[in-house]
Ligand binder design. Structure first.
Ligand SMILES: CC(C)(COP(=O)(O)OP(=O)(O)OC[C@H]1O[C@@H](n2cnc3c(N)ncnc32)[C@H](O)[C@@H]1OP(=O)(O)O)[C@@H](O)C(=O)NCCC(=O)NCCS
Length: 181
């Protein structure tokens, strides 16, 4: 499905564009933003390559990665990225991830973006299960998932290699009863 645009009460999820590179590069070079993320810091060129890769994945006719810009409607400012990666269309499950620029944290944008993308996954991609993993130290992410009704299903030991160190992670999931046909 392309292009995707999802409107929420305070923000819009839209496809990434080449002119988002500056905003994305700001986030992917930020030590606070990436503290709990298994993602290497990126310089400008690497961020450009990352955005290009996500745009190409979006345009793929057999698309399975929905990495969308979290944008402020009033000026289209990119606040972060939310991503749903379909792991299996057969089993109708996908992984949810999100990253918000720290200057916008604590205003509910991450929660709204995750809720919008999750609902899109259930309603438009026919998913039955959306899961997320989050380093056990990542309390902001855990609180976001708790608030959206995700259930913590267990602890995955040494699951994430983050900036050279191993971290345990919580596995969270939200399921919806859908017909298997
Ligand atoms: C997780 C994340 C997306 C939350 O984004 P956000 O826009 O701040 O989301 P919310 O405003 O809904 O806040 C989520 C929780 O974090 C807490 N929080 C956010 N910013 C905070 C801050 N600066 N200080 C203290 N708590 C903060 C909020 O209190 C909230 O918990 P609560 O609702 O129980 O009070 C954001 O912290 C982030 O991008 N982190 C880095 C990337 C990451 O870790 N992604 C998850 C990996 S899967």
């Amino acid at each position: 499905m392309y292009p995707v645009a999802i409107e929420g009460p305070r923000l819009v999820l839209r496809e990434l564009r080449p002119d988002d590179v500056e905003s994305v590069a700001k986030i992917t070079a930020d030590a606070v933003a990436l503290e709990h993320m298994p993602l290497d810091y990126m310089d400008h060129d690497e961020a450009e390559g990352y955005v290009t890769q996500l745009i190409e994945a979006a345009e793929d006719p057999s698309r399975f990665v929905y990495a969308l810009a979290i944008a402020r409607p009033i000026d289209d400012q990119l606040l972060g990225i939310a991503q749903l990666s379909v792991e299996s269309f057969t089993h109708r499950r996908a992984e949810l991830g999100y990253l918000v620029c720290p200057e916008y944290w604590g205003q509910g944008f991450g929660r709204e973006a995750a809720a919008l993308l999750g609902n899109f996954g259930f309603d438009h991609l026919g998913l039955a299960r959306i899961w997320a993993v989050t380093a056990v130290e990542n309390t902001n992410s855990a609180r976001l998932l708790d608030a959206l009704g995700f259930e913590r299903e267990g602890t995955l030991r040494r699951h994430l290699l983050i900036h050279g160190g191993w971290h345990d992670a919580y596995l969270y999931a939200l399921v919806r009863r859908v017909s298997p046909n």
